[in-house]
Design a protein around this ligand. Structure first.
Ligand code: ADP
Ligand code: MG
Length: 319
């Protein structure tokens, strides 16, 4: 590769490197995803149904098909604020998604306070032990805070969850309420607890949180595990369809602003669509990366262009 050779493998030092600008989707601090997202067929109806019915939208589809990006566009269009993200793993629990009580941290702070008042007698003894400082709301707990607008919550890769999690979620999602038992036990009238993903606190009265607007929830699944029917029944379900040449063309144009009619680009898109249709696991971001690098290589240099494509367009094994 000529245009993109920075590392040579010779070990000879050439001084500080000046890399080319990153592709738009890898530019730090600049998220244009909500603007460039191109909804596949049927998605707009599914989102609107979920919004009107106040039901979660469950999106299934292969990796890289845009599942986690849908909510960014909905939240941006509807002014729902920053998206709360909960990435589910096999260790995720409903409790952690609602809130965490850092009991150890509190004990440690109490000890430290006692120690300091002993060694520094003129220290302000009024500093009280405040349980609220040790309660951190999780993404779901934050999404259920009372607010004039619904919050947008992404529950990403719900199919990776422990078998019990979807069932546990049902009750909270039905009623939009939960209790912070540590606060209820202390009989606190109100407490200012930490929210997820920001330094802001939220005032919780009587240890109970009750949403005023159901959050707009998108759950995603790669279909690794069947979800229980009672859970599915309460969701609006949408499966990302196999991509068409038209959709991939629109995605490429939106991200890269290149001419998708040009022969090499059109052919690459065709090859991509044919592979996906044949159930090969190649993702759109691989195609975007390939086209980004190919921009720097002349059309006549077919050997180098082929090497880039071979490197970046490998089918995914698992994931
Ligand atoms: N319909 C689409 N419109 C625009 N970009 C897309 C679309 N689908 C996928 N992408 C691109 O692919 C990337 C991966 O999408 P992502 O939402 O993470 O997929 P998934 O969650 O299904 O694995 C996104 O960052 C985006 O650049
Ligand atoms: Mg995803």
């Amino acid at each position: 590769m000529t245009r993109y050779t920075y590392y040579t493998g010779t070990g000879s030092t050439s001084g500080p490197v000046a890399l080319p600008p990153p592709p738009p989707w890898r530019t730090l601090g600049r998220s244009t995803l909500s603007e460039v997202f191109q909804p596949p067929k049927g998605l707009v109806d599914a989102v609107n149904a979920a919004l009107c019915l106040r039901r979660p939208l469950l999106i299934t589809g292969p990796p890289g098909s845009g599942k986690s990006t849908v909510i960014e566009q909905v939240a941006a269009e509807l002014g729902l604020g920053r998206v709360l993200r909960w990435t589910v793993t096999s260790r995720s629990t409903l409790g952690d998604a609602l809130y965490r009580y850092d009991a150890l941290g509190r004990i440690h702070a109490q000890r430290l306070h006692q120690e300091l008042t002993r060694t520094q007698p003129d220290r302000d003894p009024q500093v009280v032990d405040d349980i609220a400082a040790f309660i951190h709301l999780g993404p779901l707990g934050t999404a259920l805070l009372p607010a004039p607008q619904p919050r947008a919550l992404l529950i990403d890769e719900i199919d990776k969850a422990d078998l019990d999690l979807p069932g546990d979620l049902l009750d909270v999602l039905e009623r939009g309420t939960y209790r912070i038992v540590e606060l209820v036990r202390e009989g606190r009238e109100y407490a200012d607890v930490m929210q997820w993903d920001t330094d802001d606190t939220a005032r919780v009265a009587g240890g109970r949180v009750q949403c005023t607007e159901f959050p707009f929830i998108v759950m995603t699944s790669n279909g690794e595990q069947e979800l229980p029917p009672p859970f599915l029944r309460r969701c609006v379900r949408y499966e990302i369809p196999a991509p068409t040449t038209d959709l991939i063309g629109r995605i490429v144009r939106a991200h890269l602003g290149i001419d998708i009619e040009s022969k090499p680009t059109a052919e690459l898109i065709e090859r991509f669509v044919a592979r996906v249709t044949a159930k090969e696991r190649v993702a759109v971001d691989q195609l975007l990366g390939t086209l980004h690098l190919l921009r720097g290589i002349p059309e006549t240099n077919t050997r180098e262009r082929h090497r880039v494509e071979e490197l970046l367009m490998k089918a995914l094994g698992g994931a």
